[in-house]
Design a binder for this molecule. Sequence first.
Ligand SMILES: [Zn+2]
Length: 411
Amino acid sequence: MGIPPQREDIIINFDCQFEVRLKDSTLSSILAAFAELLTQMLTDFIQKVLIGFGEYWMTLKKKPFTCKHCGNDKHFTWKTRHGKPTKIHAFYRWVELQQLQVLCKHCGSKIYITRKLLGMESRKRIAATIYRKLGLLGSLTTYRVAEKIGGMFGWAVDKMTIWSAFQKTGSEIDFKLDGNELPQGEADGTGVGINGIAKRGKELKVFVQYKKGGGVRVAGLDIGNYNGAWDKLFKNSIEVFKGFRRRFLLITDGDTTILDALKGKVKVLVQRCLWHIPYQAKYVLWQDAVKHKSEGWLYVMSELMEICAIRPYVDCKDTIKKMLESKRKRLEEVIVHCRQKGYNHTLSYLENARPDMFTAIEKRLNGKTSSKVERVMRTVNMRANVSKWSEAGALNVTKIRLAYYYNGFDA
Ligand SMILES: [Zn+2]
């Protein structure tokens, strides 16, 4: 083992002696023995590298560490290179390292430098880079599968470690709108299986934002009761909403509680709610001085009531197509009537509404894939349905998966 301390790169000469028992010389026996050997070497290898860099640090005039008691960062001597053992996770397995400890020449304090050398926070047993890897793994497949595949490569990581890494990774992920992407998005909810609650007891709420280059990113995520509690979904994004130069266009399937979550905080444009159109029509007809319940008033109102009534659960494409044709034709006739009669407020109101009125039903016509949030939901369900989750577990698995597939999270 030799350490040239003048350079930034340090070369560790690693001589090792090992003993592995093999029953035969088949390739599978050799590889199994090699996997065993590799993990055995891991502890020694880490220990030697740490001592190598520790020796290098001690040659530096100004040290990369400081005495917490007196602030000295120059004068230290070795206390020990093989001190009290400490356990850390080294991705392939847990390893026990002997701590490196130095002595402050000014005040006599003893300082462990092992974690500092490893780039880990003091007293932590798993580095962020490691638990994020394990967390991603645990969210992309089941723990059992992760354990099985790992085992094939000589890994010794237990399900519990993967589970806790995965909860921690998920709890650190937060979503919000990106001010540099489009001021447009969709919000929707879907049922998820939660431990102890009937299959459709809770709703997973997802808020996606459209990206300039196409596709979507996730801007909000929560699990809660049906009809309500959308606040958490938008909470991080309120300031970003306000920062867009154009008003944000939010597309929803009409769950009005979604809008309640934004009321009084930020104004967004929403795909038109058909329920409101006849109500608004009463007002514009009044502006046009059309007498209440006169022939003209009754014609416009009754037609709009029928045009705006969308029967739910019609799932026959041809029927929807015919319905749309008929509704469009009748709307045109109402518009022509208003123009001829000089109902100018009503005319401009209906002409404005016309392009957005049937978006939702057209979406149904084109199949569910036209809703971008629907695709996101399917990505979630692939994993969320594998097993029954606690509410926190379901939220965390979903967070990691979506961050990985849509927001560039990687480990
Ligand atoms: Zn000191």
